[in-house]
Design a binder for this molecule. Structure first.
Ligand code: NAP
Length: 285
């Protein structure tokens, strides 16, 4: 393996806060996405030994932060041309989640007003880029220190989430929420025909997050949700967007595997720009 991303949501999973919702028993591996070289293939598999690939663990499983993973063929795809293999490991989950949210669930149209809440994290940093590429007018909510940075990623407007609340914003046609709190208040900022895609479960308000999604999906301006389980076509779409220059991986910083504890501490402290990535080649030459 060459690299694996560390998703922001994994800290809550590791802490056991979502074990009931996700029906997890411990111990668990960590990491859901990866980039690497094919070490071996099963009979009839159309990949070559040594080929550069990227991919995701099977739905609902973890363990990509490892020397090797064994996954079904439909979870891997050739790495897009020219992509740095260490940075690449930060993109399969974030990228396919953002594509499913914006293209498949919300079906964002050019000119629509899009709010990305949690814009500087792994998924948000890709959602901002993709929203811009799709022709939306993108408002990004981020921490104060990251407002310029998220504008550089493609946001038309960047607002500080610590000083700006839902009542100060909108209306929007689409809201992508990566935070999980205050969902009804944000949903009220949707214009007629608007839709919210809510992807996060707030670890300290699990029942409230789940209830907002369960009731919200029945409403005229619906709250949509999904658990990312991309079809091969979504991974192919991600490669296409990367090769077209519409999306780039945003690795905040790479760490050796020995520093995974430090990575989780940093995620819990906040302030990530994109995604922390584990460089599985570090110290192995
Ligand atoms: N449903 C799915 O299929 C799916 C797939 C992937 C991820 N997720 C979930 O989506 C969430 C985000 O994942 P991620 O990997 O992008 O996490 P992340 O990298 O930790 O990003 C979270 C971002 O939210 C920001 N933030 C925190 N509180 C905020 C607030 N009140 N308002 C606006 N922004 C706020 C953080 O900024 P600061 O650090 O500056 O505070 C951070 O940039 C997680 O809950 C994860 O489990 C769901």
């Amino acid at each position: 393996m060459l690299s694996a991303g560390v998703g922001g949501g994994e800290t809550a999973i590791r802490a056991g806060k979502l074990r009931r919702v996700m029906r997890l028993t411990f111990p668990q591996g960590s990491g859901n996405e990866f980039a690497g070289r094919v070490a071996a293939v099963g009979a009839g598999v159309d990949l070559r030994r040594g080929e550069l690939v990227w991919g995701l663990m099977p739905h609902g499983t973890f363990g990509s932060i490892a020397d090797k993973v064994v996954v079904p063929r439909d979870r891997v795809a050739p790495l897009p041309q020219g992509l740095d293999p260490v940075a690449a490991g930060s993109l399969p989950v974030s990228g396919t989640t953002a594509i499913t949210a914006l293209e498949e669930k919300a079906a964002v149209l050019p000119g629509e007003r899009l709010l990305v809440r949690g814009a500087t994290g792994g998924v948000g940093s890709v959602a901002v880029q993709l929203g811009r590429h799709l022709g939306a007018h993108v408002t990004a909510m981020a921490g104060e220190r990251n407002l310029d940075w998220v504008r550089e990623l493609g946001a038309h407007v960047a607002v500080d989430y610590r000083t700006t609340g839902p009542a100060d914003l909108g209306p929007f046609d689409v809201i992508v929420d990566l935070v999980g709190t205050d969902l009804p208040a944000y949903r009220r900022r949707l214009a007629r025909g608007g839709r919210m895609v809510a992807l996060a479960i707030a670890p300290d308000a699990v029942v409230r997050s789940l209830a907002a999604v369960a009731f919200g999906r029945l409403l005229p301006r619906p709250v949509l949700s999904f658990s990312n389980n991309p079809a091969a076509g979504t991974v192919a779409r991600l490669a296409e967007l990367v090769e077209a220059g519409a999306i780039r991986p945003v690795p905040d910083r790479a760490f050796p595997i020995e520093e995974i504890v430090e990575v989780h501490r940093r995620l819990e402290a906040g302030g990530v720009r994109g995604k922390y990535v584990i460089d599985l080649t570090a110290g192995r030459h």
